[in-house]
Structure formats: structure tokens, C-alpha cells
Design a protein around this ligand. Structure first.
Ligand SMILES: Nc1ncnc2c1ncn2[C@@H]1O[C@H](COP(=O)(O)OP(=O)(O)OP(=O)(O)O)[C@@H](O)[C@H]1O
Length: 422
């Protein structure tokens, strides 16, 4: 590979004058010359190129493999390699924190890190390690289908925080992993801004599900008939192929040992939520009336619950006061609110169940590692960056508080690698 010419300074600490102006000029000069990565010591600053860059191929893997951080021009591969090296040579757990605002490239960065680790490990070609690498990588498409959505900033925005541990054996080869998810944006299930979509899975089923499946789920091919997916008026997105994505998700579900029954349940719950969004209420002389049309029947059938029970759950609430337990009928607005809360809670549980199943599939198989078992891990944290909108809610409070805390940890104890995306 031809020697690459350095542009500006590759490490901000080498700037003659360290102020915002010089920082931005250096960043801009490098970016214009195709250098999207710059270090600040051991922190890697990355600018989203929004175009395919020819810098992640096998030639680059070879260039960065088992090298020291400052031997080569700045690159995210060098960060991945450094954390792998620390973990392997010192047997220490390490962590890579990826932070930046929405659309800056965090999820892509975490995928690049995983692909790099996959490329530099298992030199012995062991079948089991290959299987582990495959399931770790394929878990992404399932998580993205159920946890990502099109927003006005990013067509594939992660709407949850993700911390993934990758476990390694004493040779430094991956043997399993574990995913923790945080704060799924469940409000999106019932409401989307203009130009935005619900979670991808809701559109994938319309485009990719077979005629048979759609019939079973009581769905047509058009999302326009369902309130929970039509509000943003953005079902079709140029950069997204829901049909192919559905196929990819199905392959990944098969690889990750979701049984046929699991997959049926999963899509049944998704469809039930869609129908739930079309359930309507009315009032007749102050009395709440549930419109028991087709949507209501579909929800009961798909969730496999008695219609009477579903009606009670949607129209009444249980109050316990001074030892008495009473049922009180909702007003119309309470019933609508309750229906939406129900949809959000069901989706949140579905997502938790999916992550649990993924964790079962990627868990370290301890019986393979009884004698030599001494695993270390690399954690990759892909979390929402700071958000400031015109109207900020509790979610923004939690996200920003979490980022403040992380920043404090980073300044206080330098125990992890950091990729900052701009
Ligand atoms: N290294 C890269 N090379 C080329 N394009 C990139 C790169 N990183 C990101 N992108 C582009 O930017 C888009 C947004 O990136 P990504 O989804 O990773 O952002 P994010 O920071 O995870 O956003 P969010 O917080 O909304 O999930 C990608 O879909 C891709 O088009």
C-alpha cells in the first residue's frame, strides 16, 4: 500500500496553538483531504464522511494489525487494535466508548470495530470461533430492525443505548458476548414527527412478509392503514430496502437460534401493536364505548387473549383504596392514553425479550472452556450523544445526565479508549 501523506497534524496535542480556531482549521484541512480521523492523545476524533471511504479493507487491517497506536496515521482500527492488545497481553478488561450526536457515525464505528476484531482473530481457523464471530456480527441486524428508526437526522438512527461485551479466550479470540440495552425510545411506537418513521420492523413486515404470513397477521401490504406507522408520512425511504432487510433479519433470527415458534410470536406481537393503534373509543352520554371492530378482534386473536379481558384492560382501571379493590371506567382520553401505554409496554417487553434471546445465543459456552477458561473482555459502548431540542423531555434529561457522568469517568480514571464523532 502506498505511504500516506499526513495532512495538518494527526494529533491535536501537536498544534502550535491550542484554541478552538486552530482545532477547527486542522480538522477541516484534514477532512478536505480525506483524513476523517485525528487523535487527541489516545482519543480518536472522527468526522462522518457520509460517503464510502476505501479505508476499511484488508490492506488497512494488515497495516494496523499488532502495531502501536502512533506508528500509523490515525484510524479507528488503531483504537480497536490497542484495546485488543491491552486485553490480550495484560489480561485486562478494556472498553471503547463511542460518543457523538445523532447521525455522527457511532453505530457505524462500533460495527467497524467489530469487523476489525473479527478480521484479526482466529488465525487458527477454529470452527467454533468463526461461529461466534458470525453470531456477534449478525446480532446487529436484529437489534437494528427492532431498535433503530428513520429520524430527520439519520435514516438508521439507534433509538436505544447499547453496551456490548465481547469475551475473549487466552489467545485473544472471541468466544462470546453480552449486550445491555438502555432506554429504548418507546414513545416512537405510538408517535412519530413528520418525516420520521416508527421502528424499522414495522415496515419490514409489510414489505418482506410472505402473503401467507400477512394473512395470518391480518395485515395488508400498505402501512397507510395503520395509525402507528403513518403519522410521519415517510414509510418509503430511498436509502432503506425494507424487503431485503426483512430477509436479512430472518436469516439472522435463524442463525441466532430463534425457533419458528419464537419468530411467529415476534411478528404476531408486532402486528398486534399495529392493530392496537387502530382501536378506537367513543362516548355515549358519558359512558365509554369501545368500538369492537376488526382491529379490536385482531388484537385479541394475535395476543391470544379473551376479548372480554382485553376490553376490561382497555376500558377500566383497578383502584385499591382503604382495603377495597374497585374497577373504575376510563374516560375517553384515559382509554386512549391507556391503549398507547399498553402498546409501548408490549413493545418494550418484546425488545427486552429479543435482547435476552440474542444474549442466550451469543453467551460464552462454558463447557467448551472449562480447562483453559480465563476470559477477558472488550466492552463497546454506543450511546446517545447530547441532545438539545426546542422541547426537551425526560428522555433528554436522562441522555444528557448519562453523558455528563461518562465524561466525568473519562476525565477521572483513564481506563477506556474513546472515539468521539463529530
Ligand atoms: N465511517 C463512515 N463511512 C461512511 N459513512 C459513514 C461512516 N460513519 C457513518 N456514516 C454514515 O452516516 C450515517 C449515520 O451513521 P450512524 O447511524 O452510525 O450514526 P449514529 O451516530 O449511530 O446515529 P444515532 O445516534 O442516530 O444512532 C450512516 O448511515 C452512514 O451513511
Amino acid at each position: 500500500m502506498a505511504m500516506q501523506r499526513e495532512v495538518g497534524v494527526g494529533d491535536f496535542v501537536l498544534l502550535d496553538k491550542i484554541d478552538l480556531d486552530s482545532f477547527m482549521k486542522n480538522l477541516q484541512q484534514r477532512f478536505k483531504n480525506g483524513k476523517i480521523y485525528t487523535y487527541i492523545g489516545e482519543v480518536c476524533v472522527s468526522v462522518n464522511p457520509y460517503r464510502t471511504m476505501n479505508i476499511y479493507g484488508q490492506d488497512y487491517v494488515e497495516q494496523y494489525k499488532a502495531r502501536e497506536l502512533f506508528e500509523n496515521p490515525p484510524h479507528i482500527f488503531a483504537i480497536a487494535d490497542a484495546s485488543h492488545k491491552v486485553m490480550k497481553q495484560q489480561g485486562r478488561d478494556t472498553c471503547i466508548v463511542i460518543s457523538g450526536e445523532s447521525g455522527s457515525g457511532k453505530t457505524e464505528a462500533s460495527k467497524i470495530i467489530m469487523k476489525y476484531i473479527a478480521a484479526v482473530t482466529n488465525q487458527g481457523g477454529q470452527k467454533e470461533i468463526e461461529r461466534v464471530k458470525n453470531v456477534l456480527i449478525q446480532s446487529n441486524s436484529i437489534l437494528e430492525a427492532f431498535g433503530n428508526a428513520k429520524t430527520n437526522r439519520n435514516d438508521n438512527s439507534s433509538r436505544f443505548g447499547k453496551y456490548m461485551d465481547i469475551h475473549f479466550d487466552f489467545k485473544g479470540d472471541p468466544i462470546g458476548g453480552h449486550i445491555n440495552k438502555y432506554l429504548l425510545e418507546k414513545s416512537r411506537v405510538i408517535h412519530q414527527q413528520p418525516g420520521e418513521r416508527n421502528f424499522h420492523c414495522f415496515y419490514q413486515i409489510f414489505c418482506g412478509g410472505s402473503d401467507d404470513l400477512l394473512k395470518k397477521l391480518k395485515l395488508s401490504r400498505s402501512p397507510d392503514h395503520f395509525f402507528y406507522v403513518k403519522q410521519g408520512n415517510a414509510a418509503k425511504v430511498d436509502t432503506i430496502n425494507d424487503r431485503n432487510d426483512y430477509r436479512e433479519v430472518t436469516n439472522s433470527l435463524n442463525t441466532l437460534q430463534f425457533s419458528k415458534d419464537d419468530q411467529d410470536t415476534l411478528w404476531r406481537v408486532v402486528a398486534a401493536i399495529l392493530h392496537l393503534g387502530n382501536v378506537e373509543f367513543d362516548v355515549d352520554e358519558d359512558k365509554l364505548i369501545l368500538k369492537k371492530g376488526q382491529s379490536f378482534s385482531n388484537v385479541a386473536e394475535l395476543l391470544k387473549v379473551e376479548k372480554n379481558d382485553l376490553e376490561k384492560a382497555l376500558c377500566e382501571r383497578v383502584i385499591a383504596a382503604r382495603g377495597d379493590i374497585m374497577r373504575k371506567e376510563h374516560t375517553e382520553s384515559e382509554a386512549s392514553f391507556g391503549r398507547d401505554a399498553f402498546a409501548k409496554a408490549v413493545y418494550d417487553r418484546l425488545f427486552t425479550w429479543i435482547v435476552g434471546k440474542i444474549n442466550d445465543a451469543i453467551a460464552v459456552d462454558k463447557k467448551n472452556y472449562t480447562l483453559s477458561y480465563k476470559s477477558s473482555l472488550i466492552g463497546v459502548l454506543d450511546i446517545y450523544g447530547f441532545e438539545i431540542f426546542d422541547n426537551n423531555s425526560f428522555e433528554q434529561f436522562c441522555i444528557n445526565y448519562c453523558n455528563e457522568k461518562l465524561q466525568q469517568l473519562f476525565i477521572g480514571e483513564h481506563f477506556f479508549f474513546h472515539v468521539v464523532l463529530l
